[in-house]
Design a protein around this ligand. Structure first.
Ligand SMILES: C[S@@+](CC[C@H](N)C(=O)[O-])C[C@H]1O[C@@H](n2cnc3c(N)ncnc32)[C@H](O)[C@@H]1O
Length: 284
């Protein structure tokens, strides 16, 4: 009798473990829903809509502000629920009385918000179809012999990220995202850590894109001569500036002389352990 009870308990524990494992499996399998819900929120302009409503908005306020059709109301509720669960927005109340507020995360997705930094362009670059489909080719990249000398992106899409950006005309989109990132990071660096530039009178931002970081340094510290080095097609689209000098080139071949080299956010080939060595480390 006692051993029969034990057996029964063992089965029920094992069964509970199975259900828990199934739940966790589904949770991980659907992890991408968080990212795509965030992308949808920024595309629809939901953070801006809440901001325009003084930082608190009901579902109907959000629907009106973003032009969402009333027939989609219940789906908007589900989207907002997902975004509240992940902390993008906070929510008080329930059903039609629910009020959604900006959190620290969504407050940096607002155009003209308090922080003056809008990282929505970065969300659009980070959560996009080409990246998601690229990640679905990991198995092929690891196992297909023809893929051994190719990057994951090349295996998935048959060209390099730069070629794809040129083909789709999205070079500007990527650089706009990096400018948004630089605006936020440099606001903190120049407010909290300006001392790191002590004794620096010239600086090269290597792989500096459209020069937002260099422009922020030049504005805060006008005595620092700021130069941005990036690939020719990137420099071709950079804004003209009186404070920043733009140089087209390859960091693996030449970096202009300066007191300091800034490497803000990795140059991809360095990050992925490219075989070439950076000129500034090797060539001097
Ligand atoms: C991730 S972005 C970072 C841009 C900028 N540093 C920032 O943090 O906003 C990387 C930059 O490195 C540039 N880059 C990549 N390879 C390079 C190379 N060999 N020489 C110069 N720039 C390069 C890209 O064009 C791009 O602008």
């Amino acid at each position: 009798m006692a051993s029969g009870m034990q057996h029964k308990n063992a089965i029920s524990t094992a069964t509970e473990g199975l259900i828990q494992a199934q739940l966790e499996l589904y949770h991980h399998s659907l992890g991408y829903v968080k990212s795509v819900a965030l992308r949808a929120a920024t595309e629809l302009g939901i953070p801006d809509a809440i901001h325009r409503h003084g930082g608190v908005a009901t579902l109907s306020d959000i629907a009106t502000e973003t032009g969402i059709h009333p027939s989609k109301y219940s789906h908007l509720r589900r989207l907002m629920h997902a975004l509240a669960v992940t902390g993008i927005f906070s929510v008080e109340g329930s059903d039609d009385d629910a009020e959604y507020k900006l959190t620290a995360v969504s407050s940096i997705l607002v155009e003209g918000g308090e922080s003056m930094c809008n990282l929505s362009p970065m969300v659009h670059v980070l959560v996009e179809l080409l990246k998601l489909t690229m990640l679905c080719s990991i198995k092929e990249w690891f196992t297909d012999e023809r893929a051994s000398a190719m990057t994951l992106f090349e295996v998935a899409h048959g060209c390099t990220p730069s070629e794809m950006k040129a083909k789709k005309g999205t070079v500007g989109m990527f650089q706009a995202a990096m400018v948004a990132d630089s605006n936020l990071v440099m606001e903190v660096v120049l407010k909290e850590h300006i001392g790191i530039f002590k004794g620096v009178s010239s600086l090269v931002d290597a792989g500096g894109g459209h020069g937002a970081a260099a422009a922020a340094i030049a504005k805060a510290l006008p005595h620092v001569k700021c130069t941005v080095l990036d690939l020719p097609h990137v420099i071709a689209g950079a804004p003209t500036s009186r404070d920043v000098q733009f140089v087209a080139g390859d960091v693996f071949e030449y970096v202009p002389q300066a007191d300091a080299i800034l490497l803000k956010t990795r140059v991809p080939s360095i990050y992925y352990g490219g075989a070439r060595k950076l000129y500034l480390l090797e060539g001097r």
